[in-house]
Design a protein around this ligand. Structure first.
Ligand code: SF4
Ligand code: SF4
Length: 153
């Protein structure tokens, strides 16, 4: 058993209370992902791999142009390389990545630490809900805009 595996086994045996906001694994909400590649470019360890293809959609209006859509084919994170810096999560402009407090499963095979899209999606169920807003805080800018649009006049 490697020191990493021993550490994990000890943590689990002791049922060590992992803080709910711990950086464990990264979850992917692929519906939000636009394949912009920002996370892959910003990752200092180059541990995010993304593949996609282009699809052309018909124009929305009669005189409009056809629209080009990037469709996600592969999204993988190599947790053998990841240094848990969180830059990918901070940099994602579309809120598609989230920290989960779950620990990656212990393994002797580094290839098993490459988590593919389905595994990253499955971690979503373990992502804690965001903290409640301060009741005295001003509404979010998006809410203010929506209120203004739906307001009188
Ligand atoms: S947490 Fe840091 S090292 Fe890990 S995938 Fe994200 S940007 Fe890369
Ligand atoms: S930065 Fe966000 S939206 Fe862009 S490719 Fe990464 S996960 Fe997808």
């Amino acid at each position: 058993m490697t020191p990493y595996e021993q550490g994990l086994a000890a943590l689990r045996a002791a049922q060590y209370p992992v803080p709910v906001r711990s950086r464990g694994v990264i979850a992917l909400l692929e519906e939000n992902c636009t394949v912009c590649m920002v996370c892959a470019r910003e990752c200092p360890d180059w541990c995010i791999e993304i593949d996609s293809h282009k699809e052309t959609l018909p124009p929305r209006t009669e005189r409009g142009r056809p629209r080009v859509l990037h469709v996600l084919d592969r999204f993988a994170i190599d947790f053998a390389l990841c240094m848990w810096c969180g830059i990918c999560i901070e940099a994602c402009p579309f809120d598609a990545l989230f920290w989960s407090p779950e620990l990656p499963p212990a393994t002797r095979d580094p290839a098993e630490l490459v988590h593919e899209r389905a595994e990253l999606r499955a971690w979503l169920a373990t992502v804690p809900a965001p903290p409640a807003l301060d009741p005295a805080a001003a509404p979010a800018k998006e809410q203010q805009d929506a209120d203004r649009r739906s307001g009188p006049g």
